[in-house]
Write a protein that binds this ligand. Structure first.
Ligand SMILES: [Zn+2]
Length: 476
């Protein structure tokens, strides 16, 4: 498929994200000459999107949920209709475990080196590799990080800094202030605000002194003047789950969505310094948190919010031929799946569709309960959040977990939120394998210049190499 055909396909695919029927790409057209701003065939821009902790089951469920509820698919799987999209399965292991954490996973992409879980771009013997955005900045391009977690969390940090321990997020905030990275949008005020930090260091003030515009809510973000570096921090910790965000007017009016942050980041970076090119990481972080908690409402709505941000990125790339877009995840997590239910699985669809009525996450349900909550109070709160009528016996299991008096055959299942997740599986048919990251090979898709190197089964570190090559950065 020619570039111009690919662009019209992408436009169609993105338009399909807002329409009931999805146009199928025109095929077999005469190739038109590529219109690229570069002569070396490389990428001017890189957009790297991560749905953190996204098992293949999550990708499938999001597509099925959106198809059945809204009559349209997800931008991610609709993209696969484009024959120029390249896909690979990624081996996500770290230096210390077959099962990676987000710090080691992002270091593999960001620094090209497998490190032990917990470390960010610091390998055995203290070896440090240059983070990708540092190399991108040296090439004259603009750089940015967007996340629904604390912006100092492991996945954004893996593109930006070297630190031995991922939990030292205050130090990561301090390093960001000196990094020269042009844009940060996410949560984590507790790592920047002098009144919230144990050492009382005022990192917000350091950003201001360095010339950054600092914004703290959705309105200020939309009004931020162009042409300046930007730090936007919209919560003390992580941003709220998308489902709770949408259901609570206070949150919806003050905290931007991931798609809004992505759109603003792309506009600012693309116009920064006369289109000098940019690299941007966009993370949907809380899919991982919801998976750890076996929280289906949290999971599916954050995956869909991530998909909306992906649609924004694809819309940007559809109008040009100089942008490499990569979408992937760092590892699976708890592997959710829709289980066939009833005779000949005939009750499956109705079970799944009960989840369409969820108004709040399981996190919201459990945060309003306590050890002394009665079975009646538990049933009422579950009903309020999900419209599901759980049984008295099911409420009793959750109550026992709240009182730390619950034992499961699989010993890791003890917390009240995880037991709630198992109870809801009786009603919506979505079950989980555990509460942790998994070793699954994961999906990666890429489109645009440099994507030709994607295919087969690849190590996560190979993704670093192909990004460097696409951007014509010197190899490590
Ligand atoms: Zn995790």
């Amino acid at each position: 498929m020619s570039l111009s055909t690919r662009r019209s396909f992408l436009k169609a695919a993105v338009a399909g994200a807002a329409a009931a029927t999805i146009p199928v790409a025109a095929r077999g057209q005469v190739p038109a000459p590529a219109k690229t701003g570069r002569t070396d065939g490389g990428a001017r821009n890189l957009i790297f999107l991560v749905s953190d902790g996204m098992s293949l089951g999550t990708l499938s469920l999001a597509h099925q949920f959106r198809s059945r509820r809204d009559g349209r698919g997800t931008a991610w799987l609709d993209l696969y209709r484009d024959p120029t999209v390249r896909r690979a399965l990624i081996d996500t292991a770290s230096a210390s475990s077959v099962v990676t954490d987000s710090a080691a996973a992002s270091s593999a992409w960001g620094g090209g080196l497998r490190v032990a879980n917990g470390s960010i771009n610091v390998g055995a013997g203290g070896v440090r590799r240059q983070p990708l955005l540092d190399a991108v900045r040296s090439s004259g391009r603009a750089t940015g990080l967007v996340s629904t977690a604390t912006i100092t969390h492991a996945t954004p940090a893996g593109f930006a800094v070297n630190v031995p321990g991922r939990n030292d997020e205050s130090s990561i905030a301090d390093l960001y202030a000196q990094s020269g990275i042009d844009l940060f949008l996410g949560g984590g005020a507790k790592f920047f605000d002098a009144t919230l930090r144990s050492d009382n260091r005022d990192t917000f003030a350091e950003f201001s002194r360095a010339g950054y515009e600092v914004v703290r809510n959705r309105t200020a973000l939309a009004a931020a003047p162009a042409g300046r570096q930007l730090l936007g921090v919209f919560a003390d910790g992580h941003l709220p789950y998308a489902l709770d965000h949408a259901s609570e007017p206070d949150l919806a009016s003050t905290v931007p969505t991931l798609a809004e942050m992505a759109g603003i980041a792309l506009r600012r970076l693309a116009s920064s310094g006369g289109d000098r090119g940019f690299a941007l990481q966009i993370e949907g972080a809380r899919v991982d948190h919801a998976a750890h908690a076996n929280d289906f409402g949290g999971l599916i709505h954050d995956q869909l919010a991530f998909d909306d941000a992906l649609a924004v990125a694809l819309r940007f790339a559809a109008g040009r031929s100089d942008t490499l877009v990569i979408v992937t995840t760092d590892h699976g997590n708890s592997n959710p799946g829709l289980n066939g239910t009833g005779s000949a699985y005939g009750e499956t669809n109705a079970c799944f569709e009960r989840s369409f009525g969820f108004r709040q996450t399981n996190d919201w349900i459990i945060s309003g309960l306590a050890a002394e909550s009665t079975a009646g109070a538990i049933r009422d709160r579950v009903k309020l959040a999900t419209d599901l009528a759980i049984t008295a016996g099911e409420a009793d299991l959750i109550g026992r977990a709240l009182r730390k008096d619950y034992k499961d055959a699989y010993r890791v299942r003890t917390s009240a939120i995880v037991i709630l997740g198992q109870v809801l599986a009786n009603h919506i048919a979505v079950g989980w394998t555990g509460i942790s990251h998994t070793s699954d090979l994961v999906e990666l898709a890429a489109i645009g210049p440099g994507s030709e190197a994607v295919g087969g089964v690849m190590l996560n570190t190979a993704v670093h190499s192909l990004m460097r090559a696409a951007l014509a950065l010197p190899p490590v």
